[in-house]
Design a protein around this ligand. Sequence first.
Ligand code: M6R
Length: 366
Amino acid sequence: DKGEYRHFMLKEIHEQPKVVQRTLEGRLGDGQVMVEAFGPQAAELFAKVKNIQIVACGTSFHAGMIARYWLEELAGIPCQVEVASEFRYRKVMVQPDSLFVTISQSGETADTLAALRNARNMGYLASLAICNVAISSLVRESDLTLLTLAGPEIGVASTKAFTTQLVALMLLTLALGQVRGSLAVDKERQLVEELRRLPARLGEALAVNAAIEQLAEYFADKNNTLFLGRGAQYPVAMEGALKLKEISYIHAEAYPAGELKHGPLALVDSDMPVVTVAPSNELVEKLKSNLQEVRARGGELIVFADGRAGIENGEGTRLVNMPHIIDALAPILYTIPLQLLSYHVAVFKGTDVDQPRNLAKSVTVE
Ligand code: M6R
């Protein structure tokens, strides 16, 4: 039931504060993540983990790419991330003491399942599934599971499954950092407090809806768009580009902003909007100089940033103001405006938002 919403996708976007809350519930203790949330054997197992291999498809793959930044920076664990369709068909050199992590909304994606089945004979310590469906092949066949509690996701374009996956992956990062002693106790406490505040912050981010709706018309006649981000915001940009492609049928490509000069700058003109996620962090000054390069070539910018980033609305720059959030959680918050952007552009173009052409909700064949 779509309730008051015109599409399931919009309903699911608005459910995010609630389902993020639910995904956190019972998993946070006093200043710490509860490692038991990953199963009774998790503590002993996590203590041995020296490497992580993440495998997933589509949006779930983007969640894995963001987790890599977290796992390496916060928990100090080397991490590799790969799409399942590639992983399953290549000769993989497995690092000793590696944990194999799959991410999937449905738990039935053919390539992800096949990768898991291959991994069984490859010498991994154990497998962990981050999945939204409790009764699924992926959960059944994995050693450990952490469920995302997003509830059924009907829209083919994944929204609330993605943000709850990110929450689950942050819990994994904290749990591994805690057990291995590689994350400072104070840092974990701070992140746990910020996670508790996250549902409210997501609610604030949803308030940008009206501002974004006004941008939709500008995009509707465009054929190409570029999405830029740096650091963990690069996969956020990839996810934003995927959403726009899927439901509005506008070609969208994501680039790490530092790569602009290595090719994509040649495409920039006033007909190609450049969408940028720019939370204030240590990379924002570099990002701003990338944006100047775009402006110098007549490119039109759509920037999502908080007040501290020092980016201003003006000629050729449409700024959408975001609430400020601790950098580690910014990828979760900045996903929201990109979901809303693709949604409103699709509605403006009159496409079938919940059931885009040629796509299935769950890809159970190769
Ligand atoms: O169910 P899964 O998370 O394994 O699905 C993976 C992809 O098929 C899925 O994320 C797809 O990319 C979505 N349509 C993205 O919106």
